[in-house]
Design a protein around this ligand. Structure first.
Ligand SMILES: Cc1ncc(COP(=O)(O)O)c(C=O)c1O
Length: 318
């Protein structure tokens, strides 16, 4: 990682110099929001596909708005910086872009700016166990709800909630965990949305259940429609998960991560089920823009051909 450069506002700096002051509101009060975007390297066509870039930048701007940041970052400028850091780092493999907006002021809790926009891009592979499925628990930590913190955006302070749940789950021997919301219904995992499959029907908690408005979840619901798979966004009980035929987590980092047990209740036959497998194939068909892939996500993939990456006149580190 340390060999990669980082974009800080309009400058590019070496990894070790991409710092923010301990007195900043970002450090003191977690006044920071972020996005993660995956890039897929198409080895056959020698090009990088940046997946759902436009939607991620829209959500970053929504996060900045809700967290009261005063800034003059337009969508086009944010995209330009992301583009620049990919070029500077000459990425030609599967990768991840992390873009964050952080209040830099050494001011009080309600400080609104100035806002530092950072963008990092580095290689990233699949999650462990994606090919066998994972074992998850239901956490005793409750998911934050919209009257406490805004779960629908990517404010970094939100992640302390998921972190506590994940620490507990890992020490209890699980790979991941689900948090219940204030009504005792399933919300989501610490960094991923959640679906079950029951009698051929996909079921996922609604966006009012205390979840991040996941872009991957939205793609899956669109693909389900095109594939003729019935899908429902509704309240989901804990015990429905125990009786599910299949389940999976989904998200930019998680991609589609099959779940084979919940609280040690085995799902279906304890292996990746056919609907999950179908959606996993569709996910990678879309990410690598294969012929058989379904719209609409393909329209939202930005393509960087190898020659463009190698010959880019990107900003040089100062
Ligand atoms: C809390 C949380 N929920 C869900 C997701 C999945 O969202 P997306 O599909 O937009 O990456 C993420 C990952 O970004 C997340 O951090």
């Amino acid at each position: 990682m340390t060999k990669y450069f980082i974009q800080l506002n309009d400058r590019v700096v070496p990894y070790g110099e991409a710092t923010i002051h301990v007195g900043s509101a970002a450090m003191k009060y977690a006044a920071s929001v972020f996005e993660g975007i995956r890039g897929y390297w198409d080895a056959g066509r020698q090009r990088l596909h940046l997946f759902s870039l436009s939607e991620h930048v829209d959500r970053l701007l929504d996060s900045m708005k809700i967290m009261g940041m005063e800034h003059d970052w337009s969508k086009e400028r944010v995209i330009r910086n992301i583009h620049n850091i990919i070029m500077v780092n000459r990425l030609q493999e599967d990768c991840y872009v992390r873009v964050a907006a952080s209040v830099e002021a050494d001011g009080p809790l309600e400080s609104k700016g100035p806002v530092l926009l950072s963008a990092a891009a580095f290689p990233m592979q699949r999650k462990p166990h994606a090919d066998q499925g994972i074992h998850i628990s239901v956490s005793s930590w409750q998911r934050i709800s919209d009257h406490m913190m805004p779960p629908r955006i990517k404010c970094i302070a939100n992640y302390q909630n998921g972190r506590l749940a994940l620490l507990q789950a890992k020490s209890d021997g699980y790979d991941n965990t689900l948090l219940l919301n204030q009504n005792g219904k399933i919300a989501e995992a610490p960094t991923a949305a959640f679906f079950i499959v029951k009698n051929g029907m996909l079921i996922t908690p609604a966006v009012t259940s205390g979840i991040l408005e996941s872009i991957t979840r939205r793609h899956i619901l669109n693909w389900a429609k095109k594939l003729g798979l019935p899908a429902d966004e509704r309240e989901l009980d804990r015990t429905e998960c125990y009786l599910a035929d299949e389940a999976f987590l989904c998200g930019t980092g998680a991609e589609i991560l099959p779940v084979v047990s919940v609280d040690r209740y085995e799902l279906g036959c304890g292996r990746i089920g056919p609907v999950t497998a179908l959606l996993m194939r569709q996910y990678f068909d879309a990410a690598y823009i294969r012929e058989q892939s379904l719209e609409p996500s393909v329209e939202d993939i930005v393509i960087y051909p190898k020659e463009e990456i190698e010959n880019a006149d990107a900003a040089l580190p100062i």
